[in-house]
Design a protein around this ligand. Structure first.
Ligand SMILES: Cc1cc2nc3c(=O)[nH]c(=O)nc-3n(C[C@H](O)[C@H](O)[C@H](O)COP(=O)(O)OP(=O)(O)OC[C@H]3O[C@@H](n4cnc5c(N)ncnc54)[C@H](O)[C@@H]3O)c2cc1C
Length: 488
C-alpha cells in the first residue's frame, strides 16, 4: 500500500496491530462498510445503546486508511455553514444542528479523555481569514444572519489582530471562532477502532466489499467471504459514488496536504505558536495549521484537486500528492518568513463534495435496511460524531432528534453524468482559480468567470455570494426509515 498520510505513518509505527481479513460466511445484526470516523462512531454508538447487538465492520484498507487518517485535523462546527443548513432544513433545525456540531467538537475531547485516546486535541479556535481586500467580509452574510438571532460564535478581528494571531502579514482580516479544535486525525481514527473492538465490535481490515447484494436481508460480499446482516450501513465516504443513487449527489475530488519538518522556534519567532488553525476565503480554499511538535501542515481543498472520472477512485488518490509544488508555493506565499522550511511529506485523499457542502443520510433506494451517509465535503472530523448518532438511530428505528434530523434526506441530484461532469468540473476549477487570481490583484473577475465559478460546490460558506438573510425553507420530512428495531 502506498503512503497514506504523514499522520498514519506516525501512528502505525506505534500500532502495527491489524485486524484479520474476513473469511467465510458470517451473520450479524449490523454490517458497517467502511472503518473511518463515520463507521467507527456508528459502531460505538450502537454498542452503547444496545450492547448485545452484533456489529461487524468491514474495511477495504485499515481503519483510518481513508480520509479519516489523512485529513487536516480541523475539528469545526457547522456555524460557518449556517446559511447552507438553513437552505436545506430551515432556520430552527439549522440552529439546532449548528449547536449540536459545536458540542460534537467538545465531545471528541471528552470521549478521547474517557477512553485513553491521545489525539493531540487542542481547542484553540480557528481563524477564517481573508488574504486580499476583496475577500474581507466573505463571512458577513453568515454573521449577519446569526446576529439576527443574537448568536455570535465568531469574533471579528482587525487586520492587526488577524496578523498577530496568524503570524502572517499576508492576512488582511478575519473572524475567529473559539470553539474549534485541531487533532492528529489518524490518532483519533485508530483510537476509535481500539474502543470499538474493546466494546465487542468485530473489525475486519483489508476486507473490501466487492459487491452489495440487495437481497432481504442484504449481503455484503467480500473477496473471501460474506456478511448477511439485518442492516447494512454504507460508511464509505467518496467510495459510495459507485452506487447509482449516490453518484448524482457528489463529485469526488481530492484534497491535498503537505507537512514541513518541525520548526517550533521559527513559529515562535513569527508569532504562530498559539496552535490556531487558519482557512482562507479563496474558492480554491487553502488551510494551514501547526502540530504539537511545531510543524506546519498546509492543504488545499475546494475544487482544486484530482478528479475521479465516473466517481472511480484510483491510485491517484492513494499516494503522494501530485500538487506538492503548488502547495509549497502556496505555503511560502502566505508565509514568506518560512521560505526555508523543508517539506517532508505530501499526500492526498478523496473528498465527497455535495453541492450544498453538507452530508445526507438515509436509506439507499428507499430501503430501511441499507443506510448511507455521504457528502461531508471536507468537513467531517466534527460532523462524523453526529453521523454516528444519526445512523445509530436510523439502524435502531428510534424516533428521535437524530433520525428526524434535517439532514436525513434523499441524495441531492446536483451533478450531471459523465463526461459532462468531468469537463464541467475542469471548467469550474479554472474559473475558480481565475477568480482567486483576479481578486488578489484587486480586480473583480469577469462575468463568465463569476458565472462558472458560481457552479462550484459550497466551500466554507455557500457557493456564490449568499444574500444576507436567506428565507427559511420548509423543513423537509424525515426520510421514512425503520419504524421499529424489528423492521431491520
Ligand atoms: C486531505 C484531506 C483533508 C481533509 N481535511 C479535513 C479537515 O481538516 N477537517 C475536517 O473536518 N474534514 C477534513 N477532511 C474530510 C474528512 O476527513 C472526512 O469528511 C471524514 O474523514 C469522513 O469520514 P468517513 O468515515 O465518512 O470517511 P473515510 O474515513 O474515508 O472512511 C470510509 C472508509 O470506507 C472504506 N471503503 C471504501 N470502499 C470500501 C469497500 N468497498 N469495502 C470496504 N471498505 C471500503 C475506505 O477505505 C475508508 O476507510 C479532509 C479530507 C481529506 C481527504
Amino acid at each position: 500500500m502506498a503512503l497514506r498520510s504523514f499522520w498514519l505513518e506516525e501512528v502505525l509505527t506505534e500500532d502495527p496491530d491489524v485486524a484479520p481479513p474476513l473469511e467465510g460466511e458470517h451473520k450479524a445484526d449490523v454490517c458497517i462498510v467502511g472503518g473511518g470516523y463515520t463507521g467507527l462512531w456508528t459502531a460505538i454508538r450502537l454498542k452503547e445503546r444496545e450492547p448485545s447487538l452484533d456489529v461487524v465492520i468491514v474495511e477495504r484498507d485499515i481503519c483510518g486508511g481513508g480520509a479519516s487518517g489523512r485529513n487536516g485535523g480541523y475539528a469545526l462546527s457547522w456555524w460557518a455553514k449556517y446559511l447552507s443548513l438553513v437552505k436545506v432544513c430551515g432556520e430552527e433545525e439549522a440552529l439546532r444542528l449548528c449547536r449540536a456540531s459545536a458540542e460534537a467538537v467538545d465531545e471528541i475531547s471528552r470521549f478521547s479523555a474517557e477512553n485513553g485516546i491521545d489525539a493531540h486535541y487542542r481547542r484553540n479556535g480557528w481563524l477564517w481569514a481573508a488574504t486580499c481586500a476583496l475577500h474581507k467580509g466573505a463571512w458577513n452574510p453568515t454573521l449577519e444572519a446569526l446576529e439576527r438571532r443574537q448568536i455570535r460564535p465568531f469574533r471579528e478581528l482587525t487586520q492587526d489582530e488577524a496578523q498577530a494571531m496568524s503570524g502572517s502579514s499576508k492576512i488582511v482580516g478575519g473572524v475567529f471562532e473559539a470553539g474549534a479544535a485541531t487533532i492528529q486525525p489518524a490518532r483519533l481514527a485508530r483510537g476509535l477502532r481500539r474502543v470499538a473492538i474493546e466494546r465487542g465490535v468485530r473489525v475486519y481490515e483489508n476486507t473490501p466489499m466487492v459487491r452489495l447484494r440487495r437481497s432481504r436481508p442484504p449481503i455484503v460480499q467480500t473477496r473471501k467471504g460474506a456478511v448477511k446482516a439485518e442492516c447494512v450501513v454504507l460508511a464509505m465516504n467518496a467510495w459510495s459514488a459507485q452506487f447509482r443513487e449516490i453518484f448524482p449527489a457528489i463529485i469526488v475530488i481530492s484534497a491535498d496536504m503537505i507537512m514541513t519538518e518541525p520548526m517550533p522556534e521559527r513559529l515562535a519567532e513569527i508569532g504562530w505558536s498559539n496552535g490556531v488553525p487558519i482557512m482562507d476565503s479563496r474558492m480554491l480554499l487553502q488551510a494551514y495549521r501547526t502540530t504539537l511538535d511545531g510543524r506546519v501542515g498546509f492543504g488545499k481543498g475546494g475544487v482544486n484537486g484530482v478528479k475521479a472520472f465516473g466517481g472511480r477512485i484510483g491510485a491517484r488518490f492513494d499516494g503522494q500528492t501530485p500538487l506538492a509544488a503548488d502547495l509549497e508555493r502556496g505555503l511560502k506565499e502566505i508565509y514568506p518568513t518560512l521560505s526555508e522550511a523543508r517539506i517532508v511529506s505530501g499526500w492526498n485523499g478523496p473528498v465527497d463534495r455535495s453541492k450544498s457542502g453538507l452530508p445526507m443520510f438515509g436509506g439507499l433506494g428507499g430501503r430501511r435496511d441499507i443506510l448511507y451517509a455521504v457528502g461531508f465535503s471536507g468537513n467531517g472530523v466534527g460532523p462524523c460524531v453526529l453521523a454516528g448518532r444519526i445512523l445509530a438511530s436510523l439502524v435502531l428505528g428510534a424516533k428521535d432528534e437524530w433520525s428526524g434530523a434535517g439532514l436525513v434526506r434523499p441524495p441531492e441530484r446536483s451533478f450531471p453524468p459523465e463526461p459532462i461532469r468531468y469537463i464541467g468540473a475542469s471548467l469550474v476549477r479554472a474559473a475558480a482559480a481565475a477568480k482567486d487570481r483576479a481578486e488578489h490583484r484587486g480586480r473583480t473577475p469577469g462575468a463568465i468567470t463569476r458565472l462558472l465559478a458560481g457552479f462550484a460546490p459550497s466551500g466554507v460558506a455557500p457557493s456564490g455570494v449568499a444574500p444576507a438573510g436567506v428565507a427559511p425553507t420548509k423543513r423537509k420530512k424525515p426520510h421514512a426509515l425503520a419504524d421499529s428495531k424489528g423492521s431491520k
